[in-house]
Each structure stands twice: as structure tokens, then as C-alpha cells.
Design a protein. Structure first.
Length: 281
């Protein structure tokens, strides 16, 4: 009797949710070859390929699409059993503040797993610019904050992981005399870093479109309106990116901080903080 690997199924689901083998490896703490090996073992067990090549990306084929909802269901059963027998009871409310790009790309899978393990914790998630999330005047609005932090050695908001900033979009647009930028509104770290890097390199630019929501920015980038800057781990799977090109300057790294702001429901807040740090870090 053959047995499906829960690790293999979780790897498959993560690859699909984060949009790539490399990103899934970063999230699961595995190398890209290890992720590929997990998928290959799952394919060998099932006797069929699960992915197909689409441009430069690997996407699910008809068998992968058939397996995906069943894999998610098996993971839910697995996690529910573990929660029932091994997890401590955690209750309370947690108000989580995160940047929109994390809300869209990274957090859904993590939050889904957390809620499955701790169903008695009520989560309220709101997206804001990191500048607002780290503002002292707004700290009482959140119990836990995940935010971008330019101060890599910050004492007040320690950085628990770093990410590479990359140029995103149709990078052929960077060959034009004037670089067209698609950005979030003023106050966004990505916007400021893009402008500063272009100014320092002497490249003329203009902002052609602004939107605080990652979905809106993604639509503009897919239409070829310009290029933008994002943290590498948050780049949507349908977009291309590059750390630097002959026509665009390097951007450096960005820090990511995880800050607890309240003692209310402290146990639930601590559990979510540990969960996010483990999965992201």
C-alpha cells in the first residue's frame, strides 16, 4: 500500500500559493533542489507529472489542478488532528497590521494554517503602509505588526529577516530615455528607494501611476505602464523581476520587523508572532 507524503503535498500547495519553487523553498526552509525533489517524489508516487512549462514559469497541468484542492483538504485534516492532540488551547483576539504586498502574497497561506491550528483565536488583519504601521501614534491600533524597516540595525524595531529589493515589470522599459515608474503613494519605502536610486545614478524618471494596492500596481505593470520596486519575496508570480540591470541601479536590501504592541491576549499574540517568524524567517 502506497502512502502520500504530507510534506510533499504541503510543498505542492506552497509552490502554487507563493508562485514558484524558489519562493516556496524560502518559506519552507528548503533549498530549491529540495523543493524540486519533493515534487518529483510526489509525481513518481502518483505516476504523472503535476507541472508544465509556461514561458519561464512552472504552472500546474491538468493533473496538478485536480490534485490541488484534495491536497489542501488533506493538509487541513492533518493539521486538525495535530491541533486536537498536541496543541495547547489558545484563545483571544489579535489585531495584525501588515503591508499590502505581504497580505496579498505571503500571509494567506500562513494565516490559513494558523487559524486551522488555533481556531479559537479571532484575527483582524489590516493593510497599511509600513510607515503608518511603525508610527507611535498608531501603535494602539494593532497588537502585532509586520512591517518593512529600512533601519537594518534598528534597536526600537529589531529586524528579524532581510529581503532583497528588486525591479519589477517589463524591464525593457528601462532602456527608454526616461524611466516610467509605477508606485504606491508618497510615504512608501519602495517608492522612495526607487527614486533615490535613480537620482543617484543620474537616470531621469517620471511617475506615471500610483496605487496603494498591490493588485492595482500589478495590473498597471502587466499593461506595461512602467516598472516598480518590491521586496523579492513579495513579487507576484505573473511578474518578472531583476535585482539590477545595465539600465537600472542596484537597490540594496530591506529589513522586516515583527513588533508586539500590546499585552492584551498576550498568549495569542505571542503564538502568532512565533508562527509568522518561523514560517517567514
Amino acid at each position: 500500500m502506497k502512502n502520500l507524503s504530507i510534506d510533499g503535498l504541503r510543498t505542492l500547495v506552497t509552490v502554487v500559493e507563493v508562485g514558484g519553487f524558489a519562493k516556496a523553498g524560502e518559506l519552507l526552509g528548503l533549498s530549491q533542489p529540495a523543493v524540486s525533489l519533493q515534487i518529483r517524489r510526489l509525481e513518481d508516487l502518483l505516476g504523472c507529472k503535476l507541472f508544465k512549462k509556461q514561458g519561464q514559469r512552472q504552472v500546474l497541468n491538468q493533473y496538478g489542478e485536480l490534485l490541488l484542492p484534495q491536497a489542501k483538504q488533506m493538509l487541513q485534516y492533518n493539521d486538525a488532528i495535530l491541533q486536537q492532540f498536541t496543541s495547547e488551547s489558545v484563545t483571544g483576539r489579535v489585531r495584525l497590521g501588515i503591508p499590502s504586498e505581504f497580505a496579498a502574497r505571503i500571509l494567506p497561506a500562513i494565516i490559513g494554517d494558523f487559524v486551522s491550528l488555533y481556531p479559537d483565536v479571532a484575527l483582524e488583519v489590516k493593510s497599511r503602509l509600513s510607515k503608518h504601521l511603525l508610527s507611535v501614534s498608531r501603535q494602539d491600533q494593532f497588537d502585532l505588526v509586520l512591517a518593512l524597516n529600512e533601519e537594518l540595525e534598528s534597536v526600537s524595531h529589531p529586524v528579524f529577516m532581510r529581503d532583497q529589493l528588486v525591479w519589477v515589470g517589463d524591464l525593457n522599459l528601462a532602456k527608454q530615455e526616461v524611466v516610467t515608474l509605477v508606485t504606491a503613494p508618497e510615504g512608501c519605502i519602495y517608492r522612495r528607494r526607487a527614486i533615490e536610486a535613480l537620482q543617484e545614478s543620474g537616470r531621469p524618471f517620471r511617475i506615471v501611476y500610483s496605487n496603494a494596492d498591490l493588485t492595482g500596481l500589478t495590473a498597471a505593470l502587466k499593461e506595461g505602464l512602467g516598472v516598480t520596486v518590491l521586496a523579492k519575496s513579495t513579487v507576484p508570480g505573473e511578474l518578472t523581476y531583476q535585482q539590477h540591470t545595465p539600465h537600472l541601479p542596484a537597490l540594496g536590501q530591506i529589513g522586516i520587523s515583527l513588533i508586539k504592541n500590546t499585552q492584551e491576549s498576550a498568549h495569542a499574540v505571542n503564538k502568532l508572532a512565533e508562527f509568522i517568524a518561523l514560517r517567514l524567517g
